[in-house]
Design a protein around this ligand. Structure first.
Ligand code: NDP
Length: 316
């Protein structure tokens, strides 16, 4: 059967395309820069790509540009969304492509009866940022609060929150079968030749950072995230949201994982400030495990990320 992957060049999407091809799907993947080898070469080299991968130029902000891509597809995986933090214009750089982009892709789906289900790559960012004390186990009933995001200038978090919220409303209105995957920071080997935002957490620490951030992140593995997308598409009973967090760690403990794996590399020993350490928190794995996801231990994801960054020459 034929499926569509939006934002095919990205870190997660490249893995998704790879595994979909392995599983025998025909894949129509949208890319913004079809003539840039850095964005396409690794995709065209995948097993099965010659026979069953079509790369199609599209920008999520161009109204209707997904009509012909989605046409004839049984499933749509919408992953395309800007993922970075530095911006002078959050509306144009992050919020519009996330929110309008999602509604644009879903708008094409609403016109296309062949599409049975849409799997949206949302984020833990759309779940746990509501200002409530994180002293309970966070689960999929949580939804991040746009006001809290605006007040704290968490623009990427806001973009994912608004996009997922709008997706649920639109899907309900149009009768679209929607499932979301909500991963925390994703690690694992890179297929694409360039550094992506979540793997840059490791590059930053091993490239001579003086201090580590006073922050706690949730972490998860790219191959598990892709597996969750495919299970969410293939299992008829899949529904709603699936948080994916193998573990949350403070950067202090994240650095320790790296140090235990690689005792000889220089890593920061001090925290960036003297404030109390940001607390860890618990995130439920129950729904993802119920779907059939087996979580790769964080240590292995860290190791595979480091080895991949090194092999691709992305470390100093
Ligand atoms: P990447 O930066 O590698 O991929 C982002 C993708 O979105 C790229 O394919 C990019 O296209 C595409 N994109 C961005 N803006 C536009 C636009 N205006 N029109 C079309 N495509 C666009 O990051 P990831 O693979 O990590 O992210 C993929 C998805 O996963 C995103 O939705 C992100 O929010 C989500 N996610 C990621 C997590 C992580 O830690 N990595 C955690 C939770 C969710 P191009 O290649 O042309 O730049």
């Amino acid at each position: 059967s034929t499926v569509c992957v939006t934002g095919g060049s990205g870190f997660i999407a490249s893995w998704l395309v790879k595994v979909l091809l392995q599983r025998g799907y025909t894949v129509k993947a949208s890319v913004r820069y079809p003539n840039d080898p850095k964005k396409t070469q690794h995709l065209l080299a995948l097993d099965g790509a010659k026979e069953r991968l079509k790369l199609i130029k599209a920008d999520v902000l161009e109204e209707g540009s997904f009509d012909s891509i989605v046409d004839g597809c049984d499933g749509v995986f919408h992953t395309a969304s800007p993922f970075f933090f530095e911006t002078k214009d959050p509306q144009a750089d992050l919020i519009d492509p996330a929110l309008k982009g999602t509604l644009n892709v879903l708008g094409s789906v609403a016109k296309t009866p062949s599409v049975k289900r849409v799997v949206l790559t949302s984020s833990e960012a759309a779940v746990s940022f509501n200002g409530k004390p994180r002293d309970v186990v966070i689960d999929e009933t949580w939804f991040s609060d746009p006001e809290y995001c605006r007040k704290n200038e968490l623009w990427y978090v806001l973009s994912k929150t608004l996009a997922e919220d709008a997706a649920w409303k639109f899907a309900k209105e149009k009768g679209i079968d929607l499932v979301t995957i909500n991963p925390a920071a994703v690690l694992g080997p890179l297929l694409q030749p360039t550094l992506n935002t979540s793997c840059s957490n490791i590059a930053y620490l091993v490239n001579g950072a003086e201090t580590y951030p006073n922050a706690t992140y949730g972490w998860t593995d790219v191959k598990d995230v892709v597996n969750a997308h495919i299970l969410a598409y293939e299992k008829p009973e899949a529904n709603g949201r699936y948080l994916m967090v193998e573990r949350t760690t403070h950067f202090k403990d994240f650095v320790k994982i790296l140090r235990d794996l690689y005792p000889d590399i220089k890593l920061p020993e001090k925290c960036a400030d003297d404030k109390p350490l940001a607390p860890t928190y618990q995130v439920s794995r129950a729904r993802a495990e119920g779907l059939g996801v087996k979580f790769t231990p964080l240590e292995q994801s860290v190791k595979e990320t480091y080895e991949s960054l090194k092999e691709k020459g992305l470390l100093k």
